[in-house]
Design a protein around this ligand. Structure first.
Ligand SMILES: *Cc1c(COP(=O)(O)O)cnc(C)c1O
Ligand SMILES: [Zn+2]
Length: 439
């Protein structure tokens, strides 16, 4: 069924309501600098959107409908021609039932894990990047720029190479996880360390893009958030559209938190879901400005100097602050903060369950545990925690945790590397010592 030949989406400023055409290369309001939303004409689109249509594409072998983003095209970028889409068949990530031991550790009786680390470059950023790069090509960009703690750059470098445009990345100085940096170098981006933290890099990107005519691919770009909405769409589809009580996710720059709220609200308006789940946004205690503001009922917008082992959420002044606040109001949401110790312990539990994730992702699981302990989440509620990145992204943290060499952190769940002589006696005493089951 072909969509009607009319304008199906436009950009609208959250602050002043000013609108822009989708063909303009803008990411913030031309009038006031506020954040833009991609607004879809849901009334016109309504007959073209249903669970059945989305489900019918699940067996698709061909691009773009074999992508876990573009399967939901009518709610992502309805007006784009299929041939114009830059895709790596992203999405289609696993939804696991948490193994008993892991669930018990959090106190939950029913927890599922949506593993966004199973995307092509190992994080959910690919879902946003396919939307962002597709729009970049639509407006004929020749180069793209982002500030990144590592995953955005890995994703952008990959999709830019695929589309044939030059990628430029600004990293914060120091503290980049090796797996992420390696990807960005491998995919051919121009990689630069900017003397300052992530927030300084992002601020520089926002000045440099309009100045030099480079396309901006940080999550202030609203087309990224349209792609990231599909994390919840796909998760609901995998649950046969049964809405959970809670969706729990880590919050750094708060792009994902913003995307989840917008996507759920659209599904609700269209009648594809009959109730809204509650969203819990989990920040690292050393990078928790949104949590601080939440605790004060948003009397003030905080910014901090960020410090946490979870580098993907080491962000002191979240760009999508206001949109994430909107998510809280749409979903009766909550915000919590977890310490680095809680993060690395939760990560050790997720990892040893066989599923594995990077540190920032484990904030979700640490958050579930904390919110159950506090009585905010009930143990018998239906919970989905989002794992945002792959275990191999930050191998250093894994090795150091298990070697008990993480600075000022303990390793209660350490799995030590052993060394033996190459003799059968040594193997025998190892097996005895470990009480390892044998025949
Ligand atoms: C980007 C990222 C986050 C944080 O997402 P925001 O949208 O910035 O809040 C969390 N975890 C991982 C692995 C990420 O790559
Ligand atoms: Zn405006």
């Amino acid at each position: 069924m072909n969509l009607p030949n009319k304008t199906l989406s436009h950009l609208r400023c959250m602050e002043c309501g000013n609108t822009h055409d989708l063909n303009e290369p803008v990411y913030v309001c031309g009038k006031c600098g506020g954040l833009l939303d991609v607004v879809h004409d849901l009334e016109t689109l309504r007959p073209y959107i249903s669970k059945e249509i989305f489900d019918s594409r699940l067996g698709s072998l061909d691009a773009p409908y074999n992508s876990g983003v573009w399967r939901f095209k009518e709610l992502v970028f309805p007006g784009i021609a299929d041939e114009a889409i830059i895709t790596r068949h992203e999405g289609n990530t696993g939804l696991y039932t948490a193994p008993k031991k892991l669930a018990a550790w959090t106190g939950a009786s029913r927890m599922m894990l949506k593993h966004e680390g199973e995307n092509p470059t190992g994080s959910f950023k690919d879902r946003g990047m396919t939307g962002g790069i597709t729009h970049a090509m639509l407006v004929k960009a020749s180069s793209v720029l982002c500030a990144s703690t590592g995953n955005t750059s890995a994703s952008m470098a990959s999709y830019a190479a695929l589309a044939g445009v030059q990628a430029l990345v600004f990293f914060p100085y120091g503290n980049i996880a090796m797996g992420k940096l390696a990807q960005s170098i491998a995919y051919g981006a121009i990689n630069v360390q900017v003397k300052g933290d992530f927030d300084a890099s992002l601020s520089l990107v926002r000045q440099a893009c309009p100045e030099f005519g480079i396309y901006l691919l940080n999550s202030v770009n609203p087309f990224r958030l349209e792609g990231q909405k599909t994390i919840v769409f796909e998760m609901l589809q995998q649950r046969r559209w049964k809405v959970p009580d809670w969706i729990v996710l880590p919050g750094g720059n708060l792009g994902n938190s913003s995307a989840f709220g917008k996507g759920l609200y659209e599904l609700y308006q269209l009648g594809l879901i009959e109730k809204m789940p509650r969203i819990a946004i989990i920040q690292a205690a050393g990078a928790a400005p949104f949590y601080q503001s939440y605790q004060e009922n948003f009397a003030e917008r905080h910014a901090v100097k960020a410090n946490t082992i979870a580098t993907a959420i080491k962000i002191g002044n979240p760009a999508s602050f206001i949109k994430a606040k909107r998510t809280l109001s749409y979903t009766n949401g909550v915000v919590e903060a977890v310490t680095d110790q809680e993060i690395v312990d939760a990560k050790a539990m997720v990892d040893s369950s066989g599923i594995g994730c990077e540190p920032a992702s484990a904030a979700s699981v640490a958050g579930v545990r904390k919110l159950i302990q506090q009585g905010v989440i009930q143990p018998d509620e239906d919970i989905v925690a989002v794992l945002t990145g792959h275990v191999l992204k930050d191998a250093d943290t894994v090795i150091n945790y298990h070697a008990e060499t993480l600075e000022s952190l303990n390793s209660p769940y350490a799995n030590k590397l052993r060394v033996i002589d190459p003799t059968l006696e040594a193997v025998e005493s190892l097996i005895r010592g470990e009480k390892m089951p044998t025949r």
